[in-house]
Design a binder for this molecule. Structure first.
Ligand SMILES: Nc1ncnc2c1ncn2[C@@H]1O[C@H](COP(=O)(O)OP(=O)(O)OP(=O)(O)O)[C@@H](O)[C@H]1O
Ligand SMILES: [Mg+2]
Length: 344
């Protein structure tokens, strides 16, 4: 993905980089929620913060929109120190999505979505057009759902309204605190999928907090693993994190099934060999060139085959054998993913 300073989002909009430098927060009762935390999030990148309960994830997030003032350190958005900006004004350019959404119960869905545009003084027609555009974008029918009240929607639908509302005034940055944790696993998986599609369109800079390593791996361009006191253990791509955890602490956190998770974030191309080895390219199952090793293994197990043919459209371009899947050197896979992340 584009990692340069300002990212065009297709709709002529932009995202901003976020830099946290030696940021700390001591609450008035003496609790050191965050000791000394630094992180660089590139424009258009989706960074995930993950770590055990109470390690300071929400505190970090809320310092970025100044809902919490840091006790020390500097936070820059697009290189500008947020301490020099009016907090209310700042928050209008930062979308914020929290668990259980926090919709206003006595306002319609459309009015909820238009909250920040209204604060910014947009005219009514523009607010309605924008609200309906956003509802559509998150998969809700404006004519059916726009006039309803939050209690007349399902949990998953409310969650989508929360995302629409956060995006309404086209913020440079989106902060999301466990946005999908209040819905059941099936709805969550669907929302995550939709959210990835949405992000491919709007390309915001996103910092997303979660407890769930699967969610982190699925959504994150990079994942920051935190320990108590906001101690940063590792900040890396999902593939890198799963193949080369920086310490035993990270390794324990990402879990014993990280090997399987790694397959889902590694390209089939990392295990691909020339077609020469395969006698009949029509026989083995096909996997698209943008597929993962997980897809390749699943296809082999389903078809009871020892290899798959990798296709680019209809054209066979290589083959992957069962044993090759497990021979991909971890570092290599992480490096290639890094390259594609930077170049694509
Ligand atoms: N207002 C407050 N006053 C004192 N301590 C606080 C306050 N808010 C949070 N804390 C403490 O700061 C630490 C970090 O809290 P924070 O909410 O950032 O954690 P978290 O990583 O988001 O946890 P969770 O995963 O449970 O949401 C915790 O020990 C918490 O008890
Ligand atoms: Mg929290």
């Amino acid at each position: 993905m584009d990692a340069t300073a300002t990212t065009d989002t297709g709709a002529g909009r932009s995202a901003a980089s976020i830099t946290l430098q030696n940021v700390g927060k001591v609450y008035p009762d003496g609790t050191v929620a965050v000791g000394d935390f630094s992180l660089d999030v590139q424009a258009g990148e989706l960074a995930v913060l993950i770590g055990p309960s109470g390690c300071g994830k929400s505190t970090v997030l809320r310092m970025i929109n100044r809902l919490i003032e840091p006790s020390k350190g500097t936070i820059l958005i697009d290189g500008k120190n947020i301490a020099d900006q009016d907090p209310v004004e700042l928050r209008r350019h930062i979308g914020y999505v929290i668990q259980n959404v926090g919709l206003f119960p006595h306002q319609t869905i459309r009015t909820n979505v238009g909250t920040v545009p209204r604060l910014l003084g947009w005219d009514r027609k523009r607010i309605k057009t924008r609200s309906d555009e956003l509802l559509d974008l998150v998969g809700l029918d404006p004519s059916r759902h726009g006039g309803r009240y939050p209690h007349e929607l399902s949990g998953g639908q409310r969650q989508r309204v929360g995302v629409a509302r956060a995006l309404a005034a086209d913020p440079l940055v989106l902060l999301m605190d466990e946005p999908f944790s209040a819905v059941d696993p099936i709805v969550r998986a669907r929302l995550q999928e939709e959210f990835l599609r949405l992000q491919a369109t709007v390309r915001k800079t996103i910092v997303l907090v979660t407890h769930d390593i699967d969610e982190a791996v699925r959504l994150g361009d990079r994942i920051a693993v935190l320990a108590q006191g906001g101690r940063l253990l590792q900040f890396a791509t999902p593939a890198e994190l799963l193949s080369n955890p920086a310490s035993d602490e990270v390794s324990r956190f990402v879990g014993s099934d990280r090997g399987i998770r790694r397959l889902a974030v590694t390209s089939v191309k990392d295990a691909m060999r020339p077609l020469g080895d395969v006698e009949d390219v029509d026989r083995p199952p096909k996997v698209p060139a943008n597929g993962t090793l997980y897809d390749a293994l699943a296809a082999m197990l389903t078809a009871d085959s020892l290899n798959v043919v990798v296709v680019d459209g209809d054209r066979p371009i290589g083959t992957v054998s069962r044993s090759a899947i497990f021979e991909v050197p971890n570092e290599e896979a992480a490096r290639r993913r890094d390259e594609t992340t930077t170049l694509a």
